[in-house]
Design a protein around this ligand. Structure first.
Ligand SMILES: [Zn+2]
Length: 374
């Protein structure tokens, strides 16, 4: 992976073929599913129901029935609270993989972009560095190769073999520098007939009927099932599933609904992992990466919001499970990892070198591949 291709190809042509053969052999069967959960704070992920918000006024938390929410998610310790909130994540995913980003364990992870909202965050995730010209969530394509573009190009894949499926049109624009390179599907797009199944048609139709909190985002459960259906039908090498209702319920200042959503999405991730493990094509060769585009405020006043200047919006996290990821659990004292390191981390599971992808991309997360030091 560290071979210098320019030198090899210029000086010793036979070695180039050896290098290509070696590089292609190991990752030939590897697959990655990237799941992003929009604007999920480290507070809920690592500690479950946050006492700061739980003890805030009703106007600040937006909790409708405090007793119900407390019974569901309040426990005496952070460890118990996070397990009550996201049982699959904490009892299965983390013990068999890793999670990074807990500031209390010296493993703070942050974004490097100076915007602290969605499009700049997704672009940083997918291109390996902040893109300074992205200063809005406008639906615009920018001329930077993404990890989806790169995997598609390096393995010369069919258009259906790389896929972006999400509840927001912004994902479709962030996914690629070019229209139509691979399968991209926005908030209310129907899967085109040549790729669709009756199940995808039904789900796509329902997605247009189910009214969400705000019209710009479609329903996450339906979007998830479209992705699952697509996965079974087309078996993509790389799938990016973008979910967003965590951001919606937060902006709506409904902490109770946010917690219910996180519990729900934990079950969806469990279902996704089970699906991968029961499919011969995916079992034992697929890495699942779960992360977020930005954090949010830390106080009762600003937890619902995020933006540059709202402290906490820069705090993010990442979790990984797969055949090439050591079971390290919760990483301690791994400081300095940023959102710019996610692209290289993802590419390493395909045996691809991030320096060839983008010389300015961050490095893979330490300890995220077997054999690396923790
Ligand atoms: Zn937001």
């Amino acid at each position: 992976m560290g071979a210098n291709r320019t030198t090899a190809s210029a000086l010793v042509l036979p070695f180039l073929f050896l290098y290509v053969a070696a590089a292609a052999a190991a990752p030939a069967d590897r697959h990655v599913v990237l799941v992003t959960l929009d604007g999920v704070r480290v507070q809920e992920l690592f500690n479950g129901m946050d006492p700061v918000i739980a003890n805030a006024t009703e106007a600040e938390s937006g909790i409708y029935e405090a007793e119900v929410t407390r019974e569901r998610y309040w426990r005496d310790t952070p460890a118990l609270r996070r397990e009550a909130l996201m049982p699959f994540f904490w009892k299965t995913l983390v013990p068999n993989g890793l999670v990074l980003g807990n500031p209390a364990l010296g493993s703070r992870m942050t974004v490097r972009n100076d915007q602290w909202f969605s499009y700049p965050g997704y672009s940083e995730i997918l291109t390996g560095e902040p893109q300074p010209e992205i200063k809005s969530n406008d639906f615009v394509r920018y001329p930077h190769e993404t990890v989806l573009d790169h995997v598609h190009r390096k393995f010369a894949l069919e258009p259906a073999a790389v896929a972006q499926i999400g509840c927001w049109d912004g994902f479709k624009y962030a996914a690629s520098q070019k229209d139509g390179t691979f399968f991209m599907s926005g908030a209310y797009d129907l899967v085109p007939p040549e790729l669709s199944t009756p199940e995808m048609d039904l789900l796509g139709g329902l997605r247009r009927q189910v009214m969400e909190l705000w019209e710009e985002g479609s329903n996450d459960v339906l979007t998830y099932h479209i992705a699952l259906s697509y996965l079974k039908k087309h078996r993509p090498r790389l799938l990016w599933l973008g979910l967003g209702q965590s951001d919606d319920w937060s902006h709506a200042r409904r902490y109770d609904r946010l917690l219910d959503y996180l519990h729900l999405v934990d079950g969806l991730i469990a279902g996704l992992w089970q699906t991968l493990q029961t499919d011969d094509h995916y079992r034992g060769r697929t890495t699942l990466i779960v992360t977020t585009d930005h954090g949010r405020g830390r106080t009762p006043a600003d937890w619902a919001e995020h933006d540059v200047g709202i402290e906490g919006s820069q705090d993010i996290w990442i979790a990984i499970i797969g055949p090439d990821t050591p079971a390290r659990g919760e990483l301690r004292d791994v400081a300095g990892v940023t959102q710019s390191d996610i692209a290289a981390t993802l590419l390493q599971y395909f045996g691809l070198d991030h320096r060839e992808f983008n010389p300015d991309a961050g490095p893979p997360i330490p300890g995220s591949l077997g054999g690396n030091p923790p």
